[in-house]
Ligand binder design. Structure first.
Ligand SMILES: [Zn+2]
Length: 405
């Protein structure tokens, strides 16, 4: 028996809009896509047909950067230009949370994500084992074990993250695993180098936060700035710590971290030389538009990245700096802010490019036979203008469609 999803419009990530189209799924996989007139002859009497008469059927979205374990922090922080102060307050809140609370936060975040039409995502977390909660709804999560620390402390934390991710992978949970050294100001270059080796030995993907703030750049270049002052004051930096004397991405490249692709979150402040490192390594940048606005950063260089051939995708970041876990909300925000942007490019960044960043473009990100049928529908949408532009302008609400089968 097949599940058939018929909608007023079908919009693949790559390809023309199909009027009155349908997607046929069997066992959670797409087996046929096309106009209803061509799908209907193949439908059997036992097939279930769900019709969205004024809806737009889209591939499920890919959230390329989030922290589901912070999903209980919605609305707890005000927008600020002071990123280090926000991070210090976030760190304090994390310490006092019990494990039951973290577990509930991950569950709530995963639920909110799927309800927002998310088909896959990158979840960065130091709260490892609880992520066996993910994936049972058909969403394809990659859990990146997040780690902090310099020198021996950092190496021990890395070993802990590797063990946690190996246990998660062995648990049979329907997730992929990877590693994420947190940032160039909370993790030593030697730990980044070791994380690259550990990941390569296991075929795991890597992610990190990169060039999110000017304070981060001042930290590695000169051992200055608010992040340095905060971490130095905490005693977090090892005795005898010296700045690398170069920009963060250069420090990581010299450590070998960019000898393969990296999913770099933010990339808010990038020179042409920085972008060349990302391009040469086949890396992706997860731009988080509303988190970017929360911290009132300068304009994001996403168009320069695309022009240089870097894969740019979209993330929501966590609810500690973003109002929702909806990728569609991110796209709508960007569409409203950057007038004249091609809606098709934004859809591509929200779907196919995100799948490419996670290395799962053969699994999700488009409406094609063989991909998982984790879809979403937006409606009601009127017929007075181009349907994708209508959706990005705010028409309709999103709901998931399809699933594990
Ligand atoms: Zn983040």
């Amino acid at each position: 028996m097949a599940n058939i999803y018929r909608a007023r419009w079908l919009i693949p990530a790559d390809g023309p809009v199909v009027d009155d189209g349908a997607v046929v799924a069997e066992g959670g996989r797409i087996v046929r896509v096309g106009p209803w007139s061509r799908v209907r002859p193949h439908a059997g009497p036992g097939d279930a047909v769900e019709t969205f008469a004024d809806g737009v059927l889209l591939p499920g979205f890919v959230n390329a950067h989030t922290h589901l374990s912070l999903s209980d922090l919605k609305g707890k922080f005000r927008p600020t230009k002071n990123f280090p102060s926000w991070l210090a307050r976030l760190a304090a809140r994390r310490i006092i949370r019990g494990q039951a609370k973290i577990r509930r936060a991950i569950e709530a975040g995963a639920r909110e994500s799927r309800e927002a039409g998310t088909a896959a995502g990158a979840d960065l977390t130091p709260d490892g084992p609880f992520d066996d909660l993910l994936g049972r709804d058909g969403a394809r999560w990659t859990v990146y074990g997040e780690l902090f620390g310099f020198g021996e402390t950092g190496m021990n934390r890395l070993a802990g993250a590797v063990a946690a991710m190996e246990a998660l992978a062995a648990s049979g949970a329907p997730v992929r695993v990877g590693l994420s050294p947190h940032t160039p100001y909370t993790v030593g270059a030697e730990v980044f180098a070791a994380a690259r080796c550990e990941a390569d030995a296991r075929g795991w993907p890597l992610s990190t936060h990169l060039h999110e703030t000017l304070d981060e750049i001042a930290f590695t270049e000169r051992g200055e700035g608010r992040l340095h002052a905060w971490l130095h004051g905490l005693g977090f930096l090892p005795r005898g710590w010296r700045p690398a004397g170069v920009r963060p991405i250069r420090m990581l490249a010299e450590a070998g971290f960019f000898r393969g692709p990296v999913l770099a979150a933010h990339g808010n402040y990038l020179t042409d030389e920085d972008i060349a490192i990302l391009a040469a390594s086949g890396s992706s940048v997860a731009y988080c538009p509303r988190s970017h606005a929360f911290f009132r950063h300068e304009d994001h260089p996403w168009r320069r990245l695309l022009a240089a051939g870097v894969n740019v995708c979209l993330g929501t970041d966590s609810l500690a700096s973003s109002p929702s876990l909806s990728v569609l909300d991110e796209v709508r925000f960007l569409f409203a802010r950057e007038s004249g942007t091609d809606p098709r490019l934004l859809l591509d960044m929200a779907t196919r490019r995100g799948a490419r960043a996670l290395g799962i473009e053969n699994e999700v990100g488009d409406l094609l036979p063989g991909l998982t049928a984790t879809l979403c529908v937006v409606g009601p949408v009127g017929a007075t203008r181009e349907p994708l532009a209508a959706v990005l302008s705010g028409e309709g609400t999103v709901q998931p469609a399809g699933g594990p089968g």
